[in-house]
Design a protein around this ligand. Structure first.
Ligand code: 5GP
Ligand code: ZN
Length: 116
């Protein structure tokens, strides 16, 4: 399992930086995004440190995406949004600021909900 000691998300996985955990299994970790762009804004990450979609191994992607629907369902049940965006930024120009692959789950509540 690759670990980058300078990576914020690797530090969140090992508990060095505290986070509000939403889900965890052997390969995947999910936690509330500190920005809370919308209520319940969550990040889903592989425990294995991989930078972006271009370096993400297909095996890691499979493990990650296999639990995304259940995480999304849990967020839906908890926050009762009317919709949900799933997003992934790759590269600085595309808005990536943390270079450990992650999927944003953004619950949507209607116009003026803080996103879009
Ligand atoms: P990106 O811009 O790379 O797609 O998304 C990175 C996300 O990580 C941002 O939405 C940012 O708010 C979130 N983030 C950065 N540092 C921390 C942190 O220390 N804790 C948590 N929970 N989220 C963070
Ligand atoms: Zn990392």
């Amino acid at each position: 399992m690759a670990h980058d000691p300078n990576c914020i998300f690797c530090k969140i996985i090992n508990g060095e930086i505290p986070s509000a955990k939403v889900f965890e299994n052997e390969d995947v970790f999910a936690f509330l995004d500190i920005s809370q762009n919308t209520k319940g804004h969550t990040l889903v990450i592989p425990k294995d440190h991989q930078q972006d979609i271009f370096s993400l191994k297909s095996e890691t992607a499979a493990k990650l995406f296999s639990v995304v629907p259940q995480i999304a369902q849990g967020i839906k049940d908890t926050f009762n949004p009317i919709g949900m965006n799933l997003l992934n930024n790759n590269g600085e120009f595309a808005g990536q600021t943390v270079f450990h692959y992650h999927i944003h789950i953004l619950p949507r509540y209607g116009k003026g909900d803080g996103f879009g």
